[in-house]
Design a protein around this ligand. Structure first.
Ligand SMILES: NC(=O)c1ccc[n+]([C@@H]2O[C@H](COP(=O)([O-])OP(=O)(O)OC[C@H]3O[C@@H](n4cnc5c(N)ncnc54)[C@H](OP(=O)(O)O)[C@@H]3O)[C@@H](O)[C@H]2O)c1
Length: 254
């Protein structure tokens, strides 16, 4: 086990699959106790057992972060069960696609409520704990890592509202970075390209087919590729703030 994060606690939203799951495993391997937040309890329990079996420490916290009370309670539970929070990875998110003129506004509401509001609720609830952790931890630093997307840098037809949420996360991250840097809390943005996860599993078959056509022949990233970027960001010396990492699939054009 890499000891870089020994004695720290990391909270990861969307830890029940994909990038969040891989990030929780990687942070636990680096020595952090991990608070696993998502709605699918069975997935979280299974992951917590897997981490414990590898010598790590994990607690499963079932919560819908789009609900402010649940988001705040999830942070409080992480603190009460694990004693502190040094790292928050705001990863939970979803994508719906299609032209704006044909869209079902329910899809917009879902993206805004999880990708944006959920991230805001978790961040606000966690910041006092992160500031406290930065003040009393041996590392003397704490971290917020927000998972954006290439869609947070480049807007394209069909993903207007998804991009809106991810561009918004970029703006929010930069403002909060400036607000808390004096309290030794770093804020970073990780922007994945196309990653092989369940993110398209909830799309209608015709939308999945459209994405498959767009991605045809391209080797996708693995969730662990993004977890590597998160671990790199949070294991730098306290004098170093790696505020942004873009990780594209090597053959990705956008
Ligand atoms: N895959 C890609 O190509 C890609 C590219 C760029 C950026 N991203 C971003 O990476 C992040 C993770 O996506 P992924 O690709 O790993 O997809 P994924 O496998 O579908 O994971 C999404 C995670 O978000 C959680 N989640 C969704 N709604 C939630 C809610 N209301 N409350 C709590 N948790 C919720 C899900 O858990 P439950 O369903 O159990 O709640 C799941 O753990 C997202 O922010 C996504 O936008 C992905």
């Amino acid at each position: 086990m890499d000891p870089h994060l020994d004695g720290t606690v990391a909270l990861i939203t969307g830890a029940s699959s994909g990038i969040g799951e891989a990030t929780a495993v990687a942070l636990a391997e680096a020595g952090a106790a991990v608070a696993l937040v998502a709605r699918r309890r069975d997935r979280l329990d299974e992951l917590a057992e897997r981490i414990a079996a590898s010598g790590g420490s994990a607690v499963a916290i079932e919560a819908d972060i789009a609900d402010r009370d649940q988001a705040e309670a999830a942070v409080q539970r992480a603190v009460s069960e694990l004693g502190r929070v040094d790292i928050v990875v705001n990863n939970a998110g979803l994508m719906r696609i299609g032209p704006v003129a044909d869209a079902d506004p329910v899809d917009w509401d879902q993206m805004l409520s999880v990708n944006v509001q959920g991230l805001l609720y978790v961040t606000r609830a966690a910041l006092p704990h992160l500031i406290q952790a930065a003040a009393d931890a041996p590392r003397h630093v704490a971290d917020v890592v927000n998972i954006s997307s290439t869609g947070g840098r480049v807007a394209r037809p069909g993903t207007a509202v998804y991009s809106l949420t991810k561009f918004g996360i970029g703006a929010f991250s930069e403002a909060v970075r400036q607000e808390v840097l004096g309290q030794r809390v770093r804020v970073g943005l990780v922007e994945p390209g196309t990653v092989q996860t369940e993110i398209t599993a909830h799309l209608p078959p015709e939308d999945r087919a459209a994405l498959d056509r767009r991605n045809a022949g391209m080797v996708k990233l693995e969730p662990s590729d993004i977890a590597d970027a998160v671990v790199f960001m949070v294991t730098r010396d306290r004098r170093v703030a790696v505020n942004e990492i873009l990780v594209r699939a090597a053959e990705q054009t956008w």
